[in-house]
Design a protein around this ligand. Sequence first.
Ligand code: ATP
Length: 299
Amino acid sequence: MTPKRGADMSLLHINELRLAMQSYRKETEVLHGISLTVERGQIWGLVGETGSGKSLTGLSTMRLVPSPPGRYLGGQILFEGEDLLQADERRMRALRGRRMGMIFQDPTTNLNPVFRIGTQMVDAALHAAGEDPSLLGLAPGAGRRDMRRAARETAIQMLAKVGIPNPESRIDDYAHQFSGGMRQRVLIAMAMIGKPDLLIADEPTTALDVSIQAQILRLIHDLVLERNIGCLLITHNLGVVAQVCTHVAVMFRGRVLESGPVAQVLKQPEHAYTRALMGAIPTADTPRGGLRGLAGVDF
Ligand SMILES: Nc1ncnc2c1ncn2[C@@H]1O[C@H](COP(=O)(O)OP(=O)(O)OP(=O)(O)O)[C@@H](O)[C@H]1O
């Protein structure tokens, strides 16, 4: 389907998105009209406490919320003007891995333990290239074998890019042979191999040691800006937002409370909830046990 041009050609424009989830005998609205616009070169932090709807917003963008239990009640998800709520599964499969990449919290659940890293990356690169050899730097008419070879070459380059030492030999290792931080780098390489225009990262560093977290966030930041793509970074940690994001949307109970450039929102938060989240960022001066909890606070 050719996207309709005109109305909104932002990279991603989520417009008044409403989603309900069915759970035992009852349907509950969980996203109450989310609006958000992501342009190239922007890293949007989606921040908020657990259950505020961050992951469902990210998953909706990739149309990965299963239905049932999910049901969209209204709104649009415009990807370069094409409404993904109207797209069929075939169209979404073509977009995922090619135009959109996703990184999840726990790399172990997203890397298949049975296959070598290289096999999974080559498959991802071939999926992204589809029938078009030029996407792997090959001339038209290149055969499957040439495409495989080029895909492996691309995978090695991508592993080098995300900082895996000796990628020519490490590509033939299995996921369990990598440390947690290295696995997350491999997952980033896999998400980026199809040269996506939009990257969605859901708590990509939560499972990692603090020292490794900063490196991985820096890597995502640099890749997004270098390739001039857009990124949605889902986190419950406003400190992460302050570290790498250009923009932030603060979510609370299925709504965006406030959004805008990070410098602006963090400097002059309009909402008490944002101020409370900021109070939860540890600083060098924070005494042990001195962080304020937000549980039970009603905004
Ligand atoms: N499969 C599901 N069935 C029913 N309700 C769900 C389902 N998945 C999520 N929800 C509900 O939707 C709301 C938003 O969930 P979501 O996972 O998007 O929150 P989140 O902000 O990403 O939280 P977390 O930081 O814990 O991942 C929550 O109230 C959650 O209970």
